[in-house]
Write a protein that binds this ligand. Structure first.
Ligand SMILES: *Cc1c(COP(=O)(O)O)cnc(C)c1O
Length: 440
């Protein structure tokens, strides 16, 4: 069946995420039916191809239809697909939990599973408050989040987010977190460094903690890069100071590494670049190499031990039907195998240097501001007052075989970790061509 049939049927039956559906009907925003994927490429039903330069919403790490992940899942499928995780356990979830914990040097000793990133955030918030309640401090029930932060779409996660457009309509339903300053390096005044901005934001955090710590359970942050807020980057110094302040004022530090985890910022976990560990760590997205929904909230043994008791209701009585899904855990184990066997982080570092060079025309583009890069993320703010810039750029990119979706006027690249040099050149050259066309 050709593209047109699929997209017409899709528009009649599927409510697409994060979309004003009318834009599809008017043709302002194209809808692309995907027939198959191979490596970094997606193919539609009419034989056109698109380079997936945003890793299918930040989840894909090693390309589509990856032979190793495929083989592991096929083998697992014939053994066991899923089993209840309350009262039962299975090999992939045990091995995955042991390995994730070991990757935090054992500091985060237990893993609690769900399917989506937002659920992992809700779990971390509930765990943090319940921990303080079990420790005799039930008043600690407020949360702090950074200006411009994004932690997901469920009511709990939206309450600790600061991205107006996604939140506005639901404001009356939310328990609003206290918003503290973002260490956004773009705020540097002349003569200031990113470290100075980080220190200024930390001073703002300290003022809030000094006044309110008795009612605050946790601070939640996206370490090093605030993703949905526009790929905002900041110095690790902020995380060091936040860790010290959370210790001083007895407040949990929750690291939401749903986007930045699994090598995206250059290290396996972003918080490693600050030489710290959080009390709670949320992971998802790349964890299954983009194959299956899986999220996990890791906690310290100190947090875990506060729930361990003779009394049932002091336990963490939270669950999801697909908690610890066997196939998803198996995909995650294969992701960790590929990191270990292929020296992925070393290859990414070489790739990142090369791709940054290739993006020099964007960095020096007269309409691009604040070109920035950390690990395998590149971004620049485009100087455009056209309210349709985003849709125009998206269409111009598609015409050049690129899948790129700016966040507002922020153009960013978050490719899978497998681009070859030819693909990197194609991506960099055509992205600038698409930008010029969209601005013309
Ligand atoms: C995507 C994202 C989430 C939400 O994850 P979902 O799986 O979409 O629910 C939370 N936090 C961050 C930092 C994210 O990028």
């Amino acid at each position: 069946m050709p593209n047109n049939d699929w997209l017409n049927r899709s528009l009649k039956a599927v409510w697409h995420p994060c979309t004003q559906m009318k834009l599809h009907d008017t043709g302002a925003l194209p809808l692309i039916p995907v027939a198959r994927g191979a490596g970094a490429w997606l193919y539609d039903f009419d034989g056109r191809r698109y380079l997936d330069a945003i890793s299918s919403w930040w989840v894909n790490l090693f390309g589509h239809a990856n032979p190793r992940v495929n083989a592991a899942l096929k083998e697992q499928l014939d053994q066991l697909e899923h089993v209840i995780l309350a009262g039962f356990t299975h090999a992939p979830v045990v091995e995955l939990s042991e390995r994730l914990s070991a990757l935090t040097d054992g500091v985060l000793g237990h893993c609690f599973y769900a399917s989506d990133g937002s659920a992992a955030v809700d779990i971390a918030l509930k765990m943090s408050h319940h921990y303080w309640r079990n420790r005799g401090k039930p008043d600690k029930r407020r949360f702090l989040c950074l200006a411009n932060s994004y932690h997901g779409e469920t009511l709990g996660a939206l309450g600790v987010s600061d991205v107006g457009m996604y939140k506005e309509a639901y404001e009356p339903l939310l328990r609003q977190a206290v918003i503290v300053p973002s260490p956004d390096a773009r705020q540097a005044e002349t003569g200031e460094t990113a470290v100075d901005v980080a220190r200024r934001a930390a001073a703002g955090l300290e003022a809030v903690l000094a006044a309110h710590h008795e009612s605050v359970a946790a601070l939640i942050v996206e370490p090093l890069v605030q993703g949905a807020g526009g790929m905002v980057m900041y110095d690790p110094e902020y995380l060091r100071q936040a860790r010290a302040l959370c210790d001083r004022y007895q407040v949990h530090l929750i690291a939401d590494e749903i986007m930045v985890g699994f090598g995206r910022t250059g290290t396996l976990f972003a918080h490693e670049q600050a030489g710290i560990r959080p009390d709670l760590l949320c992971l998802s997205k790349g964890i299954t190499a983009g194959y299956l929904p899986l999220s996990v909230t890791l906690s310290t043994d100190e947090i875990y031990s506060a729930f361990y008791d003779d009394q049932l209701t002091r336990g963490f009585l939270h669950s999801h039907s697909y908690t610890g899904n066997v196939l998803a855990c198996r995909a995650a184990l294969t992701t960790l195998d590929i990191f270990a066997e292929d020296a992925v982080l070393v290859r990414n570092q070489r790739f990142a240097e090369r791709f940054t060079e290739l993006l020099a025309p964007l960095a020096h583009h007269p309409r691009a501001r604040h070109f920035r890069q950390r690990g395998m993320i590149w971004a620049a703010d485009i100087d455009s007052s056209d309210p349709n810039f985003r849709a125009r750029f998206f269409r111009e990119a598609l015409q050049r075989e690129l899948l790129l979706r700016p966040l507002g006027t922020t153009l960013y690249f978050m490719p899978p970790y497998i681009l070859n040099d030819e693909e990197a050149i194609l991506l960099a050259e055509r992205a600038v061509a698409a930008l010029n066309a969209a601005l013309a």
